[in-house]
Design a protein around this ligand. Sequence first.
Ligand code: GAL
Length: 802
Amino acid sequence: MMSRFYLALILLVCATNSFAQKSKFNDGWLFKADTANSLNEKALQAKPWRPVALPHDWSIEQPFDGNSPSGNRGAALRGGLGMYQKEFILNNADKNKRIFIVFDGVYMNSTVWINGHKLGTRPFGYISFEYELTPHLKFNGQKNTLLVRAENKQPNSRWYSGSGIYRNVWLDRRGNTFVKNWGTYISTPQVSRHSALVNIETKIVDANNQQTELQTTIYDKNGKAIKTLVQALAVNSGEQSVLQQVTLANPDLWSVETPNLYTAVSRVLVNGKEQHRYTTSFGVRHFYFDQQKGFFLNDKPVKIIGACMHHDLGALGAAINVRAMERQLQILKGMGLNGIRTSHNPPAPELLDLCDKMGFIVMNETFDVWSRDKENTPYNYSLYFKEWHEKDLTDHILRDRNHPSVFMWSVGNEIPEQQGGKDTVGRNITRALVNIVKRLDNRPVTAGMNYTQNDNNLYLSGALDILGINYHHKQWEDLGKNLFPGNKPYILAENTSALATRGHYDMPSDSIRRWAGIKDITKTGNPDYTMSAYENASAPWASTNEEALKLFLKYPYLSGMYLWTGFDYLGEPTPYPFPARSSYFGIVDIAGFPKDSYYLYKSVFTKENVLHVLPHWNWTPGQVIDVHVYFNNADEVELFVNNQSVGKKSKQADDLFVRFNGLKFEPGELKAVSRKNGNVVMQTVKRTAGKAYRLVAAVDRNTINADHEDLPFVKISVVDKDGNLVPDANNTLRYRVQGTGKIRALDNGYQADLEPYSNTSYRKAYNGLGLAIIQASGQKGKISLQVSSEGLQPSTVTIDVK
Ligand code: GAL
């Protein structure tokens, strides 16, 4: 504890004494948008400005709209044309500094002006970029005006993108000599348990004075300074690269279980006076992929069990929030996952910071399309690929290459240029992209391929280090025998695409629904746009979790897999048309409530005792019900209905769970007991719930910081008199906040719910649950949230705001 405090103190002192600093520039912005998709400037000009706080996503504020040009794959939320403006006055002390503005991401096609001067345009909506403001700035109390225009002409995406300045903006004040943005590259070419060689390359701009030096101090995981390296800089009016090296004895290695981090603080000093300070966090680890034996981290075999994740945060839309991302990652860690694929674009930088700290193995992906459109989204990135791919890919790698959580780069997902034959353009592009990456970093490069013929251009390019296979689980056996000849290791870059709605069950559970696109839901599909949460629904090109997991566990050469997806996300509601507007692929629903399959993974991939029974126990007397039990750390499970044993079962051969199918439902109690060597390991009971009687609100954290970002998440359960969850309750929940906070957004996890997420104080529960996301107003104090519903006893939670 002491040592963490020590690092915090050092960094605080740095921040206050430092000549130069980077600070968030999110406050005080005005905004307006025209969501008509015509990108009509005049219509936009006529709109009034209103204040907004960044990060901001204007699409999530719109109503779900079946006529939206985004389609329901874009969550039926509109984009259009948006404009942001910020006025600010600079301190005269900043006059002699170099001042930059950094955008972590603007969706999309942004143009930025300072005081009427155009700084540039950036089409790619997921890339971070900066502009120098220095020559255009005014001082002496004069106003400066920043203007940002963003175009989201739809359709341009296969999923929900969000619109506007949806990530952080920073004002970065640097001295006249400074470390370039993303100007450090810390690599560890030789690592063992006993020693690690650390290379620190630093790009310095404009060292014009004889007495300029770079001081780099390395801090260990406890914040203790362990070494300072000093290098005099050459007088040079442009950019110079400095290499500093240090050998660490007995390094604290980064691993999934102990994600130890080091910090390097680079200080540029002129005549002993600090000009710029730049902090880089890094990790020490080594790894390799073996074609036959899989993945090794620090010489130990590790199976990568990852999830693909889109960037939206459900009810918050695309507007990034660190606590919301951390909550997602905590929930995914809880089911035993250790990997994230940033499908299919560069993530928010904060996501990688969290993955560094929490121990995730990241496949960091750049593109979903190259030069050709995919699935008829005419305004997508392929329009810009030719002109921008080199800059975008370069910036992505430069920004992210110090993160120890990043283990591989993916240059594309299911790129149409895969398909071979005479058309070889995909080979050349693959080589070009891999070359760009290799100039900057030596981590392996992969791509997600769903075309598994030998004439696949990405494979034939010979340039990929790891072949990323999407789906095709029936061919996984062939991977060991070289599906693609050569000696390249494989990774399952994407698999499963199972479909489920939390708490909904279609029987018989052993008939599998392979549903792709359902046009007439009265003939196929469920009239309420639900999918079954047994292991019995998937997209036709894909598999259930059970099918994929059995094979994944069978073949040692499968180094890892990234399932599609960890959470439900906005858009792509396969297989349903509107009003379905968010996906069914998640192991966790969009509100963050686990579906049953969560416990299947947890039983396989964690050591924690698991005993999970499905479905709920509220059916019609006499109805035939299939009961499945996910469990671990035990040899058998015995199931009881109203205390009568209905049998004992053990997993046979490659079974992942046991099925008690065809039970006759009688109201009362369903109990499962797991035993090992005859001793009870766990016991779990589901009772038939009576009428909804009261609400139970539970908050994930009772104390939060007095800022706009430290969001508490409140789960509301609708229960009967005895506290049993009412599994089909959909009562309207009304929320009232008092004190120093407000409701940020409400959710319930239902994929076809058309109530808006924000600017509302009520929302129905779905299958017994609701979610409220609260936001502090900025002042210290207390927040109290009361949830009520007609005829039910209300519930209140209080949160301390410190
Ligand atoms: C994949 C694709 C993903 C998602 C998924 C749905 O082919 O890479 O982005 O569309 O299918 O099953």
